[in-house]
Ligand binder design. Structure first.
Ligand SMILES: C[S@@+](CC[C@H](N)C(=O)[O-])C[C@H]1O[C@@H](n2cnc3c(N)ncnc32)[C@H](O)[C@@H]1O
Length: 238
């Protein structure tokens, strides 16, 4: 069984997700007690998804996060580099355009999308800054970025409870329902080593996104970051 480490080497991460693919949706639903639907709806609302909107969901996996975008009437492209996750997604979620691709080098033209999202994916990439820059490249000026990601709550009691959940409960559930339980040790490790919400906000701004905002969901176990691709004036006298 493949288990990525915090180096997040592309081959290891893709192989690990290939191995969890078949049981991914089931494990996801059990681990997070059905809260994923609500987090997806918040992401879609923050991205202002709706009919006529061209959306890209990066690191979309089996398309669970993309499904929430599709339900708004938007046109959704789901991009991921795990062939196993994509195969399950294509089988289960017709209506979503699944495309193989690495977030570090997205196979799309500049400004191709009105909004780009990444849910529970940015924490898994090797070069966070590089992926945020690629997402900016493929977003039209004035388009939106939404990052939905786990975080450690700031209040000590909640943080301790969430850590205990990650260390003690997640591996037990994963052993029962996942096709690669080892991967769920990586899940806990990667969440605990992940950037704080303020650090991620700074990084998003450094890459060139504007109007960066963030807010906690569910007591701070999730943070939603939003930002806007800058609009450059074509008037040389402006
Ligand atoms: C935890 S899953 C999230 C899937 C989905 N967004 C969701 O909310 O369920 C993380 C996904 O990120 C993908 N991933 C990680 N690094 C990637 C990269 N550099 N390029 C494309 N996909 C990547 C993995 O293959 C995996 O499918």
């Amino acid at each position: 069984m493949v288990r990525a480490d915090l180096e997040k080497t592309a081959g290891d991460v893709a192989a690990m997700f290939d191995e969890v693919a078949e049981g991914y949706d089931r494990t996801r639903a059990r681990l997070w007690l059905g809260r994923m639907a609500s987090w997806g709806a918040h992401t879609a609302a923050a991205a202002e998804a709706g009919p006529g909107c061209r959306m890209l969901d990066v690191a979309a996996g089996t398309g669970t996060s993309s499904g929430a975008l599709l339900r708004t009437g938007a046109t959704v492209v789901a991009c991921d580099f795990s062939q196993g996750m994509l195969a399950v997604g294509r089988r289960r979620r017709p209506g979503i355009g699944f495309v193989a691709g690495d977030g570090h080098q997205l196979p799309f033209a500049d400004g191709a999308f009105d909004a780009v999202t990444i849910s529970f994916g940015l924490r898994n990439v090797h070069d966070t800054r590089g992926v945020l820059a690629e997402m900016l490249r493929v977003t039209r000026p004035g388009g939106t970025l939404v990052v939905c990601e786990f975080s450690l709550p700031t209040t000590p009691v909640r943080r301790a409870l969430f850590r205990t959940y990650l260390r003690r409960v997640v591996p037990v559930i994963a052993r029962r329902v996942s096709t690669n339980p080892e991967a769920y040790y990586y899940l806990g490790e990667s969440i605990q080593a992940w950037l704080r919400p303020t650090e991620l906000a700074t990084l998003i701004g450094d890459v060139g996104w504007g109007r960066v905002r963030w807010r906690p969901l569910d007591g701070g176990v999730i943070h939603l970051h939003t930002a806007v691709a800058p609009s450059f004036s074509t008037d040389p006298h402006a």
